[in-house]
Design a protein around this ligand. Structure first.
Ligand SMILES: [Zn+2]
Length: 540
């Protein structure tokens, strides 16, 4: 018989509209079996049940991170950390690359991640000479914090055969100096791929090891489900599949994973006859991932009006309109969900046109296509999403991490104030989710909710106060709406009889603390399918 646990004396925020709050609940096996008052649950306990007194603590549903990259983050654990912090100067970045080259040995590929040209003291991109200096005898590739740019050294460029005469790849750019020599900066995936295809992929055992460490990071943040949002973006797509599959078989997959697979890999899987409809409570093949632009801070998001700090530029669409139309139609017409990365208003416009066209040609009731990041959506675009049943996932952490720079550098005050227009989305009654995009920003749902509710930048400014939302709307985005966007609203996302027993015990109630203190709330315990996967050492 399934073991029964009864949790009593709690302040339960169920996120179930039929019973919004409760004091106690029972878990049988991996599901909620009863939810109610302490008194009601007393009747449930018998000699076999384990009763846990939560001492008045708040319980919320397990958080659902609807756009992050656990497998990409896992890979960064095998790479040099070039973020700011910890690195303050280019010299410190070079030291980390040099140290990794020393550990790996001559000739081995050195990977780095997280470089940020707008935070490093020198305020510039890396170039091949920096990386040659750091590791002359190793090919080196360092990725930018956005993931949309990367820097290669001379050896890496030579191995990839990239020189003055190399044609520009479609959808990407090899940056060249005034003499036509590549500087080492590679823009967008198409250019990075020229180098990546020469790097031996990490092995499945390596990946399984670092995925284990990654899952702990998620548990500490109260997360019980996450999308793995671009499987196949780097070359380890197949190993990622394999690693997750093996972890699940071994009973060691301690996170519910919804795979978003980049289109090229998805098509390849279908061509090989792989069952692309597999799914269990822990591992599901979700949607096809497409990209229609880059990122604002890399100046590669496609905007209607030029960047403030680069007046001639407004970013490029990845696909011409007819190509995106065709791709979206291909999957929409087969009943498959698509997730399209679109940051800038011009990319969102192009994405909506493709989705509207597909829906017109092949009407579907409940396609739930996703627009990822969706940062510069206009009111009109939000209304069209609502009409189409499209779910945006907003990258609200941008307000904190890049908000000041969006005002001063990239967008200017007017456009910056309306990034991540959550207030407008709530007014239009649009279902949306929020995300961290780990490894782009740290994974921490309570912090993302804090950003959504307060919209305070790192510098302390409130950016677009009318776009702030209430704590309950923010929590909904991380729970019930997170479940909805992967068609799992009947299986998880709220504390409700029959649903997966995924929940988090937190130090304070996010709906009751003063809004400016939401980020101080700590995760004390994370429970996945009735099993505690994280417990803070000191509860008080
Ligand atoms: Zn992402």
């Amino acid at each position: 018989m399934a073991t029964e646990q009864i949790f009593v004396n709690a302040c339960v925020v169920t996120m179930n509209d039929a019973l919004p709050s409760a004091q106690a609940f029972a878990v049988r096996g991996d599901r909620f079996a009863a939810v109610g008052s302490n008194q009601e649950l007393q009747g449930w306990a018998d000699r076999e049940s384990r009763v846990v007194d939560l001492g008045g603590r708040t319980v919320v549903p397990g958080f659902i991170e609807s756009h992050s990259h656990p497998s990409l983050y896992a890979l960064t654990l095998l790479q040099a950390d070039c973020r700011t912090p910890p690195c303050r100067t280019v010299v410190e970045v070079k030291e980390r690359v040099k140290a990794m080259a020393g550990t790996l040995g001559v000739g081995r590929w050195v990977r780095g991640w997280g470089y940020d040209d707008t935070l490093i003291a020198e305020r510039r991109h890396l170039n091949r000479a920096d990386l040659d200096d750091a590791a002359p005898a190793n090919p080196v590739l360092v990725s930018h914090v956005s993931g949309h740019l990367a820097y290669a050294n001379s050896l890496a460029l030579a191995i990839a055969g990239i020189g003055s005469g190399t044609p520009q790849p479609a959808g990407g750019e090899i940056q060249r100096d005034e003499r036509g020599v590549p500087t080492g900066l590679l823009k967008e995936h198409a250019a990075q791929e020229l180098v990546l295809e020469h790097i031996p992929p990490y092995s499945t055992p390596e990946l399984k090891g670092v995925l284990g460490r990654t899952m702990s990071v998620y548990h500490q943040a109260g997360i019980t489900s996450s999308h793995d949002a671009a499987v196949g973006y780097f070359r380890e797509g197949r190993q990622v599949f394999q690693a997750y599959g093996e972890l699940e078989e071994e009973g060691r997959l301690e996170l519910r994973i919804y795979l978003n697979v980049v289109e090229e890999l998805y098509r390849d899987l279908q061509d090989r006859g792989t069952d692309t409809r597999f799914g269990s409570g822990r591992l599901r093949l979700g949607c096809v991932k497409l990209f229609q632009d880059g990122s604002i801070q890399a100046l590669t998001a496609a905007l209607e009006e030029p960047y403030q700090n680069a007046p001639g530029r407004r970013g490029d669409l990845v696909h011409p309109q007819d190509a995106l139309d065709e791709l979206v139609e291909r999957y929409h017409s087969r009943g498959i969900q698509v997730a399209i990365h679109a940051n800038g208003d011009r990319a969102i416009e192009s994405t909506l046109q493709a989705l509207e066209r597909a829906q017109r040609l092949h009407p579907r009731d409940d396609a739930r296509h996703l627009i990822i990041h969706c940062q510069l959506a206009s009111r009109d675009q939000i209304r069209r999403m609502k009409r189409l049943g499209v779910i945006p996932s907003f990258f609200v952490n941008h307000v904190y991490y890049w908000g000041d720079r969006h005002v001063a550098l990239f967008l200017g005050p007017e456009r910056a104030a309306r990034i991540d227009p959550l207030g407008a989305a709530v007014q239009e009654e649009l279902i949306f989710t929020l995300h961290s995009d780990l490894p782009v920003t740290p994974v921490d749902p309570l912090f993302s909710m804090h950003c959504a509710v307060n919209r305070r930048t790192r510098g302390g400014m409130v950016l677009g106060p009318e776009e702030r939302i209430s704590p309950v709307e923010a929590l909904r985005a991380y729970t019930v709406h997170g479940a909805y966007c992967s068609f799992e609203e009947n299986a998880k996302g709220s504390i409700e009889v029959g649903k997966a027993a995924d929940f988090v015990v937190v130090s304070e109630n996010p709906l009751r603390v003063p809004p400016e203190r939401i980020r101080e709330i700590r995760v004390l315990r994370t429970v996945l399918g009735g099993r505690t996967v994280y417990e803070a050492c000191h509860e008080d």
